[in-house]
Design a protein around this ligand. Sequence first.
Ligand SMILES: Cc1ncc(COP(=O)(O)O)c(C=O)c1O
Length: 451
Amino acid sequence: MTLDSNQLRIADNQYVWHPFTAMSAYRDEQAPIIVEAEGFYLTDTEDRRYLDGHSSLWCNIHGHRVEAIDRAIRVQLDRVAHSTLLGLANVPSIELAAELVSRTPEGLSKVFFSDCGAAGVEVALKLAYQYFQQRPNKPQVRDKFVYFDGAYHGDTIGTMSLGSIDRFKNLFSPLLFPAIWSSVPIATPTQPQQERQQLEHWSIELERLLSTHAGEIAGVVIEPLVQAAAGIRVQAEGFLSKVRELTYKYDTLLIADEIAVGFGRTGTLFACEQESVSPDLLILSKGLTGGYLPLAATLVTDELYDAFLGDPWAGKTFYHGHTYTGNPLACAAALASLRLIDEHKVLPNAFRLERILQEQLAPLEELPQVKEVRVKGTMVGIELANGEEPFVPSQRVGHRVTLACRRRGVILRNIADIIVLMPAPAMPAELVIEICQAVRESIAEVIAEGV
Ligand SMILES: Cc1ncc(COP(=O)(O)O)c(C=O)c1O
């Protein structure tokens, strides 16, 4: 059965429920139906080409249909597409685990695979909880986690419990486990003194929480440097290393969620590197496979891993696993992507793109309807507002800007009235400049329509 463009649209509206999408409006919006891609462009059923300005939801690293990754998947496909890691091994997952251990911050030595970001975080939470009950020197039941204002770690019940974005979470509150909220000092590069004061203030608050609940907290869960789903909120410099210092001092685990920030998005392979931090647990996903296939990895230290050893009947095993854990095709894609990051010098490119994004988007800060432009690496949040007040939600200002971008051939997504740009770390500068131009024009268009 081959459906034409119109039939596909009808079938999409009839059968598919899109995530994080207001379906009543979506049905009238004629969203592109993607059929193929080339480099950083996506093509739809109407033969329209779009620049992928959000890295296909923050995961694409090198562009689409990249020869080396395509080949790696095909080669693996000729061997085996899937075989389980439950009590068995497969070649690409072993090679990838070794590669990840060699590239991630020191001390992380074991890799537990799963298949999406939220699952990787759930693994980390369960590991931390079980670890404290089994660690040899001081076994304890620790059932508390600290999370930060603006945090987002996924949409499962456990990860939502550590989320801080009300409209995603509030409805489900009765289902969630209680956790301890703390705030984050925000980077204010034009007011360094204010940034330092905030850093001090929130570090003291965090220390107060950790000392009040000493012996009860299994872990502090942080998105290092940037909270992506909060609208690219960049943390004050030094906060991550402070959190590391305090988690050591109060003997709790530092759980770093690098699902969004990992693999070059902030300009270094891992965000933790920028503050020389080694977390106790590190979660990777999204860019892990270059944005090709679903895969997540939770890395831990030897100390944590060793607490799960013992006689098989002693009850120390980690009883957790997903059917497609360590899928060979996904691991083969990840290995190829990691090699390309080196070969194509993706990290220096991402670093250069930060400056280009800053320069290209600086004129927006002159507009009264632009509250702030935040850039870190290739992650950008443009916060639109009515002066200091948010726009009325029914105006859907952010959404209208992304539709205007789409008419200009650029795919982006908004988070409420924050326009998020997330070009792939390997994207050439001239394409990033095109995205910025489309965004500037689209914001001007929506303002001219009336907001
Ligand atoms: C920081 C962070 N953690 C976790 C997740 C959840 O990942 P997934 O959508 O693969 O479950 C996301 C997704 O955007 C994320 O940005």
